[in-house]
Write a protein of this length. Structure first.
Ligand code: ZN
Length: 406
């Protein structure tokens, strides 16, 4: 790690930063989808922010599942920069599959070990200590540090924050100018994230005895034909507009087939369904794509004297932040100051809380954070300590640049 020699990289207390990350990893805040999840991590973070004298708001998005939002006020007016992270983690799975205790939080050979170390307690600790360092150095404007709940589930925390922001027309009466989502991206500056649509196609027929198929209308062959049509549509979209440089290709993936009950070999089912996981790149219009898929299903069904419907279960847009947005320029400069080289640009294949903050609150979001891109959700998760401390410095320098340009 090469530390920047300019004054724009504030001092970070590495021992405190490491200690906070370890404490957070040792709290088992596994998102089970129900019950108390983030509370212990939220308490720890809120207590620390309060000890700094920050304005801290705790809002429960579900029982035992609080969002913690700290606001750090500068000396004078200026822009607002928000750092965002989540305090929940995915399950460790079978602990016997790990080569160490999944919640050890120990540092071995320069690596901090444990579930949530990369995704993303390192990011949460880094953003807090970065904001603290900038505060101690003095700045204008506001820094918002948001540790939200349920990113690994339905993103209830981000939805709650975005809804409140939109309803109030800002945060405490002023807009947030940009958000850095502190997810692990292995040093990449991710200005783009794929869009996602989850949908279900139902084909309705008539139930009958398998020995007398002419008394029924079987939806299953229609599902087969619809799947062939979807394959052709996917290929078309992969050829035009072709791959995005950081996101690759659009995909339409059938993930679940369901022919309902009784699921009996001698019964033609009344309804058959296919679930689709659709991932899109910039330039693909979701509404248009949904119309094309609906028409495909309806046409295939009608030719067989059946009916078809398509239901959108979830619709998350593409995030496509301009590479010359002030927050991107500030991050680039900071990354280069701290590491000695400009950051590679990248893309997020899934969706993050940033997707929700962009969709529901219209906020500018980028994703950049400590930890390997592919280590999230795997066994033997870790974050490099060097990466953690470098990233905290990049965050602090970014805030300096972004807020100085107010
Ligand atoms: Zn994450």
């Amino acid at each position: 790690m090469i530390l920047g020699m300019t004054t724009s990289v504030p001092d970070i207390d590495d021992a405190d930063l490491l200690d906070l990350t370890q404490q957070l990893v040792r709290l088992r805040t596994v998102n089970t989808g129900a019950g108390v999840v983030e509370q212990p991590a939220a308490d720890l973070v809120a207590q620390l922010m309060t000890s700094y004298g920050w304005q801290v708001t705790i809002s429960e998005v579900a029982p035992g599942r609080p969002n913690v939002v700290g606001v750090v006020h500068g000396r004078g007016p200026g822009r607002t920069l928000m750092f965002e992270g989540h305090t929940d983690v995915v399950t460790e799975g079978d602990p016997d599959g790990w080569s160490f205790d999944p919640y050890s939080g120990d540092v071995v050979d320069g690596k901090l070990l444990g579930r949530g170390s990369a995704d993303m307690k390192a990011g949460v600790a880094a953003m807090i200590h970065a904001a603290r360092a900038v505060e101690l150095g003095g700045f204008d404007g506001r820094i918002v540090v948001a540790a939200l709940a349920d990113e690994e589930g339905m993103m209830l925390g981000a939805k709650h924050f975005a809804d409140a922001y939109r309803a109030a027309g800002g945060l405490d009466g002023a807009p947030i100018d940009a958000v850095i989502v502190c997810e692990p991206e292995g040093g990449e500056l991710c200005t783009v994230a794929k869009g996602a649509v989850r949908a279900r196609i139902d084909v309705h027929g008539v139930m009958a005895h398998g020995a007398m198929p002419h008394h029924g209308r079987n939806p299953l062959p229609a599902i087969g034909e619809i799947l062939v049509g979807i394959g052709a549509l996917e290929q078309e979209l992969q050829e035009n507009p072709g791959p995005h440089p950081h996101l690759g290709l659009t995909s339409i993936t059938p993930t679940v087939l369901d022919a309902g009950q009784p699921a009996q070999v001698n019964v033609i089912p009344a309804v058959a369904s296919v679930y689709l996981d659709i991932r899109t790149i910039p330039g693909i219009d979701h509404a248009e794509l949904i119309d094309v898929l609906t028409a495909l299903a309806e046409t295939v069904a009608a030719a067989r004297d059946l009916t078809a419907t398509l239901e959108v279960i979830d619709d998350r847009p593409v995030v496509d932040t301009a590479e010359d947005d002030p927050v991107v320029l500030a991050l680039r400069r900071a990354h280069e100051e701290v590491t000695g080289a400009p950051p590679p640009f990248g893309g997020v294949p899934g969706t993050t809380d940033g997707t929700i903050l962009t969709r529901d609150a219209g906020l500018v979001t980028v994703v950049y954070g400590p930890g390997g891109k592919w280590i999230a959700h795997q066994v033997d998760e870790f974050v490099e300590v060097d990466d953690l401390v470098a990233c905290a410095r990049v965050y602090a320098a970014t805030a300096r640049h972004f807020l100085a340009a107010s």
